[in-house]
Design a binder for this molecule. Structure first.
Ligand code: NIG
Ligand code: FE
Length: 413
């Protein structure tokens, strides 16, 4: 089936040839076509251009989108969307003065979510997670990475990854799975960290590889969680099973996680709220994408990733939500893009590049997602009638989305 979208006010993020990612000064360039058309055939983009160049073709459907903007759907490259229950009590505790660290030390935090996850059935976990997935699709996300890491036992980690797999089979959104066994040390291993690493490396990892349940590998490289030696040990094991690293680093402390990530050819290093000059230098001219998670900084009131400093130093940057019950109970990429502009001083062009093209790269799907390009998936957002694409971050908290198309089909839930 061939569908024409005509009279598009602005067609955003167009590419003749797909670039891997954009970095440094290039991030300020967001290629657009004004008064444009877009043609899709089944689930793919067939053609696009200026209205004046539109050639007659046998269209099955013609949709007039006068006054509206079309842009590629968001690529959210870092989430923990599969989880059980919520942690609103910790939110209240933080308002009353406890820190994230104090809450975790009192048995809250990741271990609190792990307890809930170990108790829930796979069917109920799927149900809770699918609600969140539907919500983010309606908010314009067309590709998403989801991590395990709230299981912390072999059985519960596999349960999470099977739910991720099932979501991928049942929804038109592209989902990439990451194994995050080393997210926190379970209580039973409190005095036996190497025993837990043995479990992750020798028991869980081989099974995940066997069942083909994850493409990426993550570790929470942080003081009080997994140190740099643990991280290196884990990354070596992941390499043996061909799982590419995408790792949590520099959230509260800079302890060398970026350097380890670069050494092990991580696809991305994520969080980066605490960045030293040498961390920026380590990322320069590498294929490792730095990923910022501004709604986590917002929710926990911790520093924002120094995007300006990083981009001005020539680095690329991707933006993602970090959707999870503890540090970011929101999967709204529109809010992330706004917050990046408002709090990190990224321009709307940089933020949209970071949330589409660079986000796609941070999931290894830049050949099929992240831009309006012939042959790529027909995944795009049609906005309401808005004056310009800058209106999207400007109108923070009010998504300007009229319709979402994934694989050529309008999303209707
Ligand atoms: O990315 N930092 C580690 N993991 C999550 C938060 C986990 C939690 O609090 O449940 C994050 O912020
Ligand atoms: Fe995270």
């Amino acid at each position: 089936m061939i569908t024409l979208f005509k009279n598009i006010k602005t067609l955003v993020q167009v590419e003749e040839i797909s670039k891997q990612f954009v970095s440094g000064k290039e991030m300020k360039n967001l290629p657009v076509i004004k008064n444009a058309f877009l043609i899709i055939k089944d689930e793919f983009i067939l053609d696009f251009g200026k209205m004046k160049d539109l050639k007659p073709l046998n269209f099955d459907v013609i949709i007039d989108v006068s006054g509206k903007i079309i842009l590629p759907t968001w690529c959210d490259s870092h989430t923990h969307l599969v989880y059980s229950g919520n942690r609103e009590q910790e939110f209240v505790d933080r308002i009353n003065g406890l820190s994230y660290e104090e809450i975790a030390n009192n048995g809250g935090g990741i271990l609190n979510s792990a307890k809930k996850l170990q108790q829930i059935s796979e069917a109920e976990l799927y149900k809770q997670s699918s609600k969140r997935l539907e919500e983010v699709i309606k908010l314009g996300t067309g590709a998403i990475e989801i991590k395990s890491g709230y299981g912390l036992t072999k059985e519960a980690e596999l349960k999470m990854l099977r739910v991720i797999k099932k979501l991928n089979e049942n929804y038109p959104i592209t989902i990439k799975a990451t194994f995050l066994g080393a997210h926190a040390l379970p209580l039973e291993y409190k005095n036996n960290k190497s025993g837990y690493l043995d479990l992750v490396i020798n028991e869980i990892l081989p099974e995940i590889s066997n069942e083909n349940l994850a493409e990426f590998f993550d570790v929470f490289c942080e003081t009080g969680y997994f140190d740099i030696n643990d991280t290196i040990r884990l990354l070596k094991a992941a390499k043996k099973y061909n799982l590419k690293p995408k790792i949590h680093v520099n959230q509260f402390n800079a302890i060398g996680g970026i350097q380890a990530g670069v050494e092990f050819k991580a696809l991305s290093v994520d969080h980066l709220e605490e960045m030293r000059d040498e961390d920026i230098v380590a990322l320069k001219d590498t294929k490792t994408m730095p990923v910022a998670l501004p709604s986590c900084s917002y929710f926990l009131s911790i520093p924002y990733t120094p995007a300006r400093k990083m981009i001005d130093a020539g680095l690329p940057l991707a933006l993602a939500t970090d959707y999870n019950p503890g540090s970011t109970p929101s999967g709204n990429m529109n809010f992330v893009v706004s917050t990046a502009c408002i709090k990190m001083k990224m321009t709307p062009e940089e933020a949209i590049n970071a949330a589409t093209k660079n986000g796609a790269y941070a999931m290894g799907i830049e050949k099929t997602h992240g831009s309006i390009c012939k042959g790529k998936k027909a995944n795009f957002i049609i906005t309401k009638e808005i004056p310009s694409y800058s209106f999207i971050p400007y109108s923070f908290g009010s998504p300007q989305i009229l319709k979402v198309f994934l694989e050529g089909k309008e999303i209707i839930f």
